[in-house]
Design a protein. Structure first.
Length: 330
């Protein structure tokens, strides 16, 4: 009886995926095309990898620290905010030029809360300079320093509360994985087109090649055409929906190769000088910690969950509109 029960469990229908996995499968069909979803093995082959990738995205979002406040007073109060911006005015400038925040304030629910939660991203930079630093009781000049500064500050994925914001982050992380795979597939299609063009050129040259003493040249071109035909067959096979499903399943089982996050910590003074690797920093140096995300474009971005007062956000957007109108009039 136990053997029969085991065989029934093995040969019976697979259990239905949960709601989150079903949503992930639908998202694959939306971003990668309905041809994949039409394959018989689509759900059976991808349900497990999708669940694994979603759990990985959950772990990434779970590793993020709590939201920090982003407003003018925070520039003086929070060392991380002070490090992220050159001046307090830059905070309002970033908020005012954000299309995501502008769209968010147009939604009715934006008027129900006092704060907006979102993700702030920026690029981290360091540079060597000669600065001023205290060495013992002496104020020395031309002291080697390494400055920490940030650029391309932007706000993404705004929501009414932190829970909603983190759910949007999970969805965006999964989308990023799918878009990375979609770019891989599109790259294969472009390579196939390039190979097809080269094969046609080689065939044309072969037909135009003279006989007799050009036998070696004709043999070389014939071999090249055979090589191109083999590459084209490999690309055609890789682009079959069934093969794409297998490749996508393998890709989703190793999501860290396309999307990863790591903690970074520095001691930095209010002038931006780092206390690291023998470089001097001021006596007011304090620790700042944040997470850096490496995504599909291989660039690294600082990511910080933030909380923004809606009143300050509306003021920043209004000021941005005034400045745009002034530029148009000029």
């Amino acid at each position: 009886m136990k053997l029969l029960a085991s065989l029934s469990a093995l040969l019976g229908p697979a259990p239905q995926p949960d709601a989150a996995v079903r949503a992930g499968l639908r998202r694959i069909a939306e971003l990668l095309g309905p041809a994949l979803a039409a394959e018989r093995a689509f759900e059976r082959r991808l349900a497990g990898p999708v669940a694994h990738a979603l759990a990985y995205c959950d772990s990434l979002v779970g590793a993020l620290p709590p939201s920090i406040d982003i407003h003018r007073p925070a520039f003086a109060e929070n060392p991380l905010v002070h490090a992220l911006f050159a001046t307090a005015d830059d905070i309002g400038a970033m908020l005012g030029r954000s299309p995501a925040l502008r769209d968010y304030l147009e939604q009715p629910q934006a008027w129900l809360g006092e704060h907006c939660h979102a993700l702030m991203a920026a690029r981290r930079h360091e540079k060597e300079v000669l600065g001023v630093a205290r060495q013992g009781q002496v104020l020395a000049t031309d002291v080697p320093q390494r400055l920490l500064y940030f650029s391309d500050q932007t706000i993404a994925l705004p929501a009414g509360d932190e829970q909603q914001a983190r759910q949007r982050l999970r969805e965006a992380a999964f989308d990023s994985l799918l878009q990375t795979f979609a770019e891989h597939i599109e790259g294969l299609r472009r390579e196939r087109e390039t190979l097809q063009v080269e094969r046609e050129f080689e065939k044309t040259r072969l037909r135009a090649a003279p006989g007799g003493g050009a036998a070696d040249e004709r043999a070389r071109r014939t071999r090249r055409i055979e090589e191109l035909d083999a590459c084209l067959r490999a690309h055609a096979d890789a682009l079959l929906p069934a093969r794409q499903i297998v490749a996508l399943a393998d890709f989703l089982m190793a999501p860290q190769q396309a999307l990863s996050m790591s903690p970074v910590s520095f001691r930095v003074d209010r002038g931006g000088a780092l206390a690291i690797d023998g470089h001097a920093a001021g006596a007011d140096a304090r620790s700042v910690s944040f997470m850096e995300l490496a995504s599909r474009d291989r660039r690294r971005h600082v990511v910080v969950p933030v909380r923004i007062p809606c009143d300050e956000l509306r003021q920043a957007l209004a000021q941005a509109r005034v400045e745009r109108d002034r530029i148009i009039l000029i």
